[in-house]
Ligand binder design. Sequence first.
Ligand SMILES: NC(=O)c1ccc[n+]([C@@H]2O[C@H](COP(=O)([O-])OP(=O)(O)OC[C@H]3O[C@@H](n4cnc5c(N)ncnc54)[C@H](O)[C@@H]3O)[C@@H](O)[C@H]2O)c1
Ligand SMILES: C[N+](C)(C)CCCC=O
Length: 484
Amino acid sequence: SPGLAAMSSATGTVTVQQPLNYRAGARVQPADGGQLEEVLEPATGRVLCKLPCSGEKEVDLAVQSAKAAFKIWSQMSGMERCRVMLEAARIIREQREEIATMETINNGKSIFEARVDIDISWQCLEYYAGLAGSLAGEHIQLPGGSFGYTRREPLGVCVGIGAWNYPFQIACWKSGPALACGNAMVFKPSPFTPISVVRLAEIFTEAGVPKGLFNVVQGGAATGQFLCQHPDVAKISFTGSVPTGIKIMEMAAKGIKPVTLELGGKSPLIIFSDADLENAVKGALMANFLTQGEVCCNGTRVFVERKILDTFTKEVVKRTQKIKIGDPLLEDTRMGALINRPHLNRVQGFIKQAKEQGAEVLCGGDLYVPDDPKLKNGYYMRPCVLGNCKDDMTCVKEEIFGPVMAILPFDTEEEVVERANATKFGLAGGVFTRDIQKAHRVVAALKAGMCFINNYNVSPVELPFGGYKFSGRTAGQPSSTTHS
Ligand SMILES: NC(=O)c1ccc[n+]([C@@H]2O[C@H](COP(=O)([O-])OP(=O)(O)OC[C@H]3O[C@@H](n4cnc5c(N)ncnc54)[C@H](O)[C@@H]3O)[C@@H](O)[C@H]2O)c1
Ligand SMILES: C[N+](C)(C)CCCC=O
């Protein structure tokens, strides 16, 4: 598409012309609304386009479009759905570079990472396509030769609401399982990152889903509320912050709608003194600085056994200072720009408060101004490591959602497990040790949805992804652990 071709350009050159709503198999301008949001390129601070936010009428048109397509899609066999979804996965794979470029331009993360995001996206569609053909009910034998049976029935129109840190991937994580089970979807991305998900909608149409099966409405809180409150919506799947998650759950409760919440975190990463130090340092960087630290499951409370505190800290600081910051479309960039100025200011505010509360900035935390003149108005900062942290400091208790690691010493296993769990969140956790029994014992004791042993942020699509407590676990969902 012409929009996509324009996206294959360099940082600082793109503008988006095409409509970003998608309904009944085509890009459309919203039927109502009208409030305009500026969509930015974080790397330069340029305006990519002005986004019209959808009102109640447009939301209703999208839901009606999904309802009509649901009638066709829900009658198809699982194998038929599987074929279409595999074709969508194939097209994403084929267009990986263009989609990753689009994601980098709109989100600010490095192209190196965006490519991985797109790979996880097509893998997600492939995985759920594979399940579609084997979804089956049960046959139950009753007395006297009678029998009963259960059917797996799709819910209908599902709503997906996404955050801005993994725009394309979140849309695939939500649409993959929904479509495989025979549902239709209306998706609303974050108004900060509205661009790539429309490409996903086009790809679904190209792959052969009925027109209207996957629709996109654009806007912020008001548009999201219209969606959640719509009487024809059967389920809501939300990724975002805890405060918004609470509002979504309240709206879902009023409509007796099932809801899935993927919320924030402040996850512990525990480094025992017997860990492979080189691997543990690498793990701590992976756990804190991907996507400029704007990752829900990051291990931002790094508990280090006191015996190795100095050696570990020195090495982490040295490696953090070497992270290459800059134009996210350059091959060797490893940290791009944060999503926008208010968020960058918020992250800096946490660092200022950390210092006031007694933490020590061991490196970074200041604004970064790249030499390239076109990047001067981008939202860059140097990744930060905080020492001298205490459990009751704000920087240790609250999700910062930026490149800020807090280091906390500990002495015993019992103590660190208790401190790791002393949080309102429970999204993820990690352990680095050479003692395999200790590793499994500790991750079993962590109240967290996903645990990592001797690695971090490795989340293959085959494993469940979700949290405990305020991180928003879906009822009945098992926890997962990856190990290397
Ligand atoms: N657990 C996960 O899988 C996961 C993944 C990514 C991000 N997150 C979390 O997301 C947060 C950052 O994302 P964010 O700043 O976009 O979150 P946010 O809660 O501000 O917004 C998320 C989405 O909700 C919409 N929204 C806002 N108010 C709404 C309302 N009242 N009704 C309906 N929709 C509404 C927004 O427009 C956006 O699309 C962090 O807390 C992060 O941890 C979690
Ligand atoms: C596990 N990943 C791939 C890092 C994605 C996490 C999404 C949360 O913000």
